[in-house]
Design a protein around this ligand. Structure first.
Ligand code: PEP
Length: 251
C-alpha cells in the first residue's frame, strides 16, 4: 500500500503573519486522513515554520536546493542547511525552475542527488509543456526527465524519493489534466521505473500537480497510480487545502 501525500507548494507567497495564520488554521482543522501532509514554504520562513509545526503531523519541505555541498555559491541554499532548519523534503525540477531559470535535466539530477546525500527526500517534478502534448511528445519528455535522474542516482534512489507529474499546461492555469490523462502518464512513469526495478516501481509514490482544487481532487486521487497531489495555489487557502486533504481518503 502506498500512503498518499498531499504536499503544498507555497511558491513565492506569504509573510510571517500570513504563514502563521495559515498554519494555525490547517493544524487545528486537519481532517481524519491517512495521507501525509507536507508544506513547502519559501526558504526564509523554513526555520520559523519548523518550530510552528513541531508536534503536528505536518512535515516541512523546501522548494529548491543547491546541487553543490557548500562554498562560494552566492544566493544558494545547501541540502545540509535545509536539514539543519528542519526540512524533510525538497522539491527539485519544478517547471518554474526548469523554464524561468533554465535549469537543465542534468542540474536537476544533481540537485536530486545532493538532497538524497544529506537524507532529504526529493520530490522530483516532471511534466510536458502544451506544445509537447499537442505533438504527442508527452512520454518522450517525461521519460527524458526521469531517465537522467535514474542514470545518475539509480532506480534504488527512488526508495527515498517521490515523483510528481506536473503537466506544465496545467500549472497555475486553472486547466487540470483529466483523471484519465493523469493516470495514463502516472502508469507510464511507474512502468518506466519498473523496467529497471519492479519492486521499487510498485512502492514509488507519484503525485499529480496542476490546478488541483477542492472540486477535482477526489476524482484525481481515485486513479490507481495517483498517490496524492502537489498543490500550488490551492495550498494557500486553508479551507481549500483541507478539503483536498480530506479527498485523499479517510484515516
Ligand atoms: C505547483 O506549483 O506545483 C502547482 C501544481 O501549482 P498549481 O496547483 O497552482 O497549478
Amino acid at each position: 500500500m502506498r500512503r498518499q501525500i498531499i504536499a503544498g507548494n507555497w511558491k513565492m507567497h506569504g509573510s510571517r503573519a500570513e504563514n502563521a495564520a495559515l498554519v494555525e488554521s490547517i493544524v487545528h482543522k486537519l481532517p481524519n486522513s491517512s495521507a501525509e501532509v507536507w508544506v513547502c514554504p519559501p526558504f526564509v520562513y523554513l526555520a520559523e515554520l519548523s518550530r510552528a509545526l513541531a508536534g503536528s503531523r505536518i512535515s516541512l519541505g523546501a522548494q529548491d536546493v543547491c546541487a553543490e555541498t557548500q562554498g562560494a555559491f552566492t544566493g544558494e541554499v545547501s541540502a545540509a542547511m535545509l536539514k539543519d532548519v528542519g526540512c524533510v523534503y525538497v522539491i527539485v525540477g519544478h517547471s518554474e525552475r526548469r523554464l524561468l531559470y533554465r535549469e537543465s535535466d542534468q542540474l536537476i539530477a544533481r540537485k536530486f542527488g545532493a538532497a538524497l546525500a544529506k537524507g532529504l527526500t526529493p520530490i522530483l517534478c516532471v511534466g510536458e509543456q502544451l506544445a509537447d502534448r499537442e505533438a504527442a511528445r508527452t512520454r518522450e519528455v517525461v521519460a527524458r526527465q526521469l531517465d537522467v535522474v535514474l542514470e545518475l542516482s539509480g532506480a534504488g534512489a527512488l526508495e527515498q524519493a517521490v515523483v510528481a507529474y506536473e503537466p506544465v499546461w496545467a500549472i497555475g492555469t486553472g486547466r487540470t489534466a483529466s483523471p484519465e490523462q493523469a493516470q495514463e502518464v502516472h502508469a507510464f512513469i511507474r512502468a518506466r521505473i519498473g523496467a529497471r526495478d519492479a519492486r521499487i516501481a510498485g512502492a514509488t509514490r507519484i503525485l499529480y500537480g496542476g490546478s488541483v482544487k477542492a472540486g477535482n481532487a477526489a476524482e484525481l486521487f481515485a486513479m490507481p497510480d495517483v498517490d496524492g497531489g502537489l498543490i500550488g495555489g490551492a495550498s494557500l487557502k486553508a479551507d481549500e487545502f483541507l478539503t483536498i486533504l480530506a479527498a485523499a481518503g479517510p484515516g
